[in-house]
Design a protein around this ligand. Sequence first.
Ligand SMILES: *Cc1c(COP(=O)(O)O)cnc(C)c1O
Length: 365
Amino acid sequence: MRFNKVLDNIKTYEAGKPIELVVREFGITPEDVVKLASNENPIGTSPAVAEVIRKHADKAHLYPDDSMFELKEALSKKFAIEDENIIIGAGSDQVLEFISRALLNENESVLMSAVTFAMYEIYAKQMGAKIYRTASWEHKYDEFMEAYQMYLPRIVYICTPNNPTGDATSKEEVLRIIEAVDPTQTLVVVDGAYMEYAAAKDEKYAITPKDLLGYEHVIYLGTFSKAYGLGGMRVGYGIAQSQLIKALYKMRPPFNITTLSLAAAIEAAKDETFVEKSIALHQEQIKRYESFAKENGFEYIDSYTNFITYLFPDEMDSTAISDALLKRGVIIRNLASYGMNAVRITVGTAKQNDIFFRHFAEVIA
Ligand SMILES: *Cc1c(COP(=O)(O)O)cnc(C)c1O
């Protein structure tokens, strides 16, 4: 079969390895597998949300409310915005796809930091667009502006906090980039998938959708997959001025999230206590990862997310370490494919982290 030429250039997204794979390949019992690879919420799904999902089990034959009225209402209350400013996606991933399809073609380009969320590149390449990256993985104003003036990209991606590095860009810096680009030519995507963690750590990094709603050329992305504990339900959102949302709606298939996902997200949006609990546990546990790195003589990136990125010296190889851990049933994310001798570890529960530290210490010994 002959496929579109753009496919030659696309590397398939490498998702975090599932527990089932480790069970199959290494014969480890599922209970002994610790998955710290996909930035899922380690404390699970809120019990109130799980109850709502069960309650809706016998509605699986019904299409969901395609207007998603209740979910939009919950989000507009939470963020002090209007329904017309919201589009819901099957994960914020799907909103990224809508954006890409609405704005890109083979004559356009996109700009992002050196190491950032892999899907920006994949969606842009699907449209045949060119990819430009700054030299640093941090979002540096000068680097972005130099590249911006040179390439005049159609989309600028700002992932803050950034995945897979964990660093964040201050609200002041983000606004500086937004104000420096041409609003008639370029859309700035502010991806806040981990914003709940950053906002709780330092308010200098807290960006709300409302902070950006005054700009016609900006969209804020959020997700229920991380702090809200709903990765398996696939619900995310984009928030922007209504004219932009209307354009993205033309790219949306009907019923793009499921009846159960919709019910779950409505409940999750109201359940702030669960998010607070998740963040409190995380803030306590991440300190252990920082101490562990110091004790073992390697660096880490100060994290504003629910994961931590360990940077290894040459004598420690991220691929060898990740593979050895995998055989022991500990799944983490190797960043070798991003050109870094580093690993990304989702901060787990106290018990999961105990297991991680034990195996990691043995592996590097
Ligand atoms: C997890 C993640 C997303 C999207 O996740 P969905 O599950 O598709 O909502 C988007 N951006 C970044 C940076 C992420 O880490």
